[in-house]
Design a protein around this ligand. Structure first.
Ligand code: FAD
Length: 425
């Protein structure tokens, strides 16, 4: 009897341990994806559209036989298994709060049919890297060292053509459109041309200096193991490995503390005083109308492209929390809606890092100055001019001066520091 490979955040066939384990059980398999409304509720059109494009790509890899069903996996899986008389269901393990609960429920609903977990979206599964005393790491750098020492498996040698994919009627249609591009040539170009300068250039939003692989890693079109296997000891490679380690660290933190998806990691921040949004400041931030050019450029890039450069994510997040005094989770929700790479662990903990309430938080007195940050990291002003057309005639770094700002940064910084001081004691 055939097996079922239930794809989730592993929308690829190369280096796919669950495919390997399914193929060991049977020569034929059904490739299944469940469009689960509860999981997609936080995603806006950009992320949903990208998911559809990833599904089209996977469908092509399976010779047009990906079976897509709309519904709750707890209902869908037992039904598919019963109809097919399937031997087993194979998955890459999910470590997010929702995925863990869902998989436990599906496992129960499957009864005697085995749910086989092989691999995960990470090089090292969350929960595995621990301190000597068995406790989880709370600080990044020692985590990264232990993670590197732990090491990871070599990429698995898998090939879709070794499986006889079951053709199945019914199910939903994948919305039409171009399939997502193959990320491998993208990676190889970055590796050969940009990685040597990555350490210094990665902070410059005006340059195209980062890999832009985050959406592909999010949906697993590419596994981090594949990238790690090709990184040497050069400075650029070490920095890139460290960025991948942040992704793994945040997944580990969220696995140990699932409640931090919505709550402060550091509970003293529960006492932080926030402002009301009685003057439309949140909408001004969302729409890129704060009057601080680099903030506005970042927020408009998010709406236009579903992606923002990491340095600018930090600047706009700091502005929401420390200049507008609004809760980090408002900003995190807006990001999750619009980011194509929206990932619960990286996003919620990226926000908490900036807000000061997370692991490894930047010291509370570190308030990003949107003008000097702009001048330093977008020295020519090209990044701002690209996204804020009304400033296109302003030359050079003068473009970073505020235009009719909604708040005064120097004053709000003092307010933020006083509030942090109050909860610190
Ligand atoms: P590169 O510089 O090429 O890095 C390679 C990969 O390393 C990235 O694709 C990503 O998987 C990982 N990575 C790099 N930096 C980080 C980091 N700080 N934390 C975790 N992983 C990292 N990343 C997401 O993937 N999804 C999110 O929802 C997300 N939200 C964020 C929110 C805030 C407030 C902040 C400050 C950061 C957030 N990040 C998030 C992390 C980071 O900004 C993006 O991963 C990065 O900008 C993606 O671009 P890239 O692929 O070109 O990165």
């Amino acid at each position: 009897s055939p097996t079922v490979i239930w794809f989730r955040r592993d929308l690829r066939t190369a280096d796919h341990p669950a495919l390997l384990s399914a193929a060991e059980r049977s020569s034929s398999a059904l490739g299944l994806f469940v469009l689960d409304d509860r999981l997609l509720a936080s995603a806006g059109p950009a992320r949903t559209d990208f998911l559809h494009r990833c599904l089209r790509r996977l469908d092509e890899e399976l010779g047009g036989r990906l079976h897509v069903v709309h519904g709750n996996p707890v209902d869908v899986l037992p039904k598919v298994v019963a109809d097919l008389k399937a031997d087993s269901v194979h998955i890459s393990a999910d470590y997010g709060p929702y995925g863990r609960k869902r998989d436990a429920e599906v496992e129960k609903a499957l009864g005697d049919t085995e749910l086989v977990r092989s691999g995960s979206p990470y090089a090292v599964a969350p929960g595995r890297v621990r301190k000597g005393d068995g406790d989880p790491f709370k600080v990044f750098t020692p985590f990264r060292r232990a993670w590197e020492e732990h090491g990871w498996r070599k990429p698995a040698d898998t090939d879709a053509s070794t499986v006889d994919w079951v053709k199945r009627k019914g199910g939903g249609k994948i919305p039409t459109g171009d399939p997502a591009p193959d990320p491998l040539p993208l990676w190889e170009k970055f590796r050969d041309e940009r990685l040597p300068d990555y350490k210094t250039a990665r902070d410059r939003p005006d340059l195209d200096a980062t890999s832009r692989l985050s959406p592909y890693l999010k949906w697993g079109l590419l596994h981090p193991r594949t990238l790690l296997a090709e990184l040497d000891d050069s400075e650029g490679a070490a920095t890139f490995r460290s960025e991948l380690a942040w992704r793994e660290f945040y997944a580990d933190v969220l696995w140990h503390r699932p409640e931090t998806a919505t709550k402060n990691y550091d509970a003293k921040f529960d006492r932080m005083e926030h402002d009301e949004d009685d003057d439309g400041r949140f909408a001004a931030w969302q729409e890129g109308r704060t009057g601080y050019p680099i903030v506005d450029a970042g927020m408009r890039q998010l709406l236009e492209e579903g992606w923002i450069h990491n340095r600018v994510r930090m600047i706009v997040a700091s502005f929401l929390v420390k200049d507008l005094h609004l809760p980090w989770w408002w900003g995190a929700k807006h990001f999750m809606e619009h980011l194509v790479d929206g990932d619960l662990a990286s996003n919620q903990h990226g926000w908490q890092w900036v807000a000061g309430s997370g692991t490894d938080a930047a010291p509370y007195f570190r308030v990003f100055n949107p003008i000097t940050q702009g001048e330093k990291f977008d020295p020519s002003g090209d990044y701002v001019r690209r996204y804020v057309p009304e400033l296109r005639d302003v030359e050079g770094k003068a473009v970073h001066q505020p235009h009719d700002p909604i708040v005064d940064h120097a004053h709000e910084r003092q307010v933020a520091l006083a509030r942090y001081g109050a909860i610190k004691s």
